[in-house]
Write a protein that binds this ligand. Structure first.
Ligand SMILES: [Ca+2]
Ligand SMILES: [Ca+2]
Length: 302
């Protein structure tokens, strides 16, 4: 299943692709899947257009990118510069160049973007945010006057985003990942304990995050359950539901194991989970589904 299809599947079940924002969630999922030897999609995606100002501003701004920018060349361009004609480029943040602090103060020192940010924050307030086209023109003119071609502004790309807007910097990438191979890897899969950026249209299993129950009083801690929908190999799919007259009914027992941070000792969360399983099985052609949750065990902290 492609990443987009995976997200669709999860949202049909009232959930979303899984967000994994800390070590605890990560080890829970790892423990659930480490004997399965598969890769599966999680809800992290490269957001190439996710630009924000270092100065914490909610202002909207008109983007003034140069043609064919931002291009995130070599997947390493996360900071923005302004040129002497007033157009913007994304650039490798470690490139050294002059920069504008807020209020349009040009600092003619060659610094990396983060050094520039630190400099401006010490002596002024921040790197320059360019919210108005007049400001943009003033900065461009300033560069021209000083015979400089390019300078940092306070715009940077916050590239990896969780679909559910979780903010967390927890990212257990595999060594040398994310590498955005062939400039085509915009989605994240987990395999074993590591994450990999992969091409979004790869066919893969899916980790959904379900059991998002709005009963704050019931559930004291996290309310996330992760359910893995394994990629079904061709030929092993369950048969299509038959349109013909009913045949002798057969019963199939399926047993599955789920790890969750939901409090399954509460009947409401059990019911919610049962509904989600029932829907998943119906979609796969099973009728008269009867889901029983048993052997609820509280695990000591792992
Ligand atoms: Ca660029
Ligand atoms: Ca990769």
């Amino acid at each position: 299943m492609s990443w987009d299809a995976a997200q669709e599947l999860c949202s049909q079940r009232g959930g979303d692709l899984a967000s994994i924002s800390d070590e605890l969630q990560h080890s829970m999922i790892y423990n659930m899947t480490n004997d399965m030897n598969i890769s599966f999609w999680i809800g992290l995606r490269d957001d190439v257009n996710s630009w924000r100002w270092s100065l914490n501003t909610s202002s909207h701004f008109v983007l003034r990118w140069e043609q064919s920018e931002p291009d995130n060349a070599n997947s390493s361009e996360h900071c923005a510069s302004i040129s002497d004609i007033g157009s913007w480029r994304d650039r490798d943040c470690s490139v050294q160049m002059p920069f504008f602090c807020d209020d349009g103060v040009l600092v003619n020192l060659e610094k990396s973007w983060s050094e520039a940010l630190a400099h401006c924050r010490t002596l002024y307030t921040d790197l320059s945010a360019v919210l108005l086209s007049t400001t943009n023109q003033i900065l461009a003119d300033e560069l021209k006057d000083r015979h400089l071609q390019e300078a940092w502004i306070g715009l940077y790309r916050d590239s990896w985003k969780w679909v559910d807007s979780t903010t967390s910097s927890f990212r257990p990438w595999a060594p040398d990942e994310p590498d955005n191979k062939n400039n085509a890897e915009g989605c994240v899969a987990m395999s074993g304990e590591h994450w990999y950026d992969r091409t979004c249209n790869l066919e893969m299993s899916v980790l959904c995050q379900l059991c998002i129950i709005n009963h704050q009083t019931i559930l004291t801690n996290n309310v996330n359950a992760y359910v893995l929908f394994e990629k079904v190999e061709k030929g092993s799919e369950p048969p299509e539901p038959a349109d013909q007259e009913p045949q002798a009914q057969s019963q199939i027992f399926l047993k599955t194991k789920l790890r969750t941070e939901c409090d399954l000792t509460h009947p409401d969360s059990r019911a919610h989970l049962s509904q989600q399983y029932t829907a998943a099985l119906r979609q796969r052609g099973f009728s008269d589904v009867n889901v029983t949750i048993r052997n609820v065990k509280k695990q000591p902290n792992e």
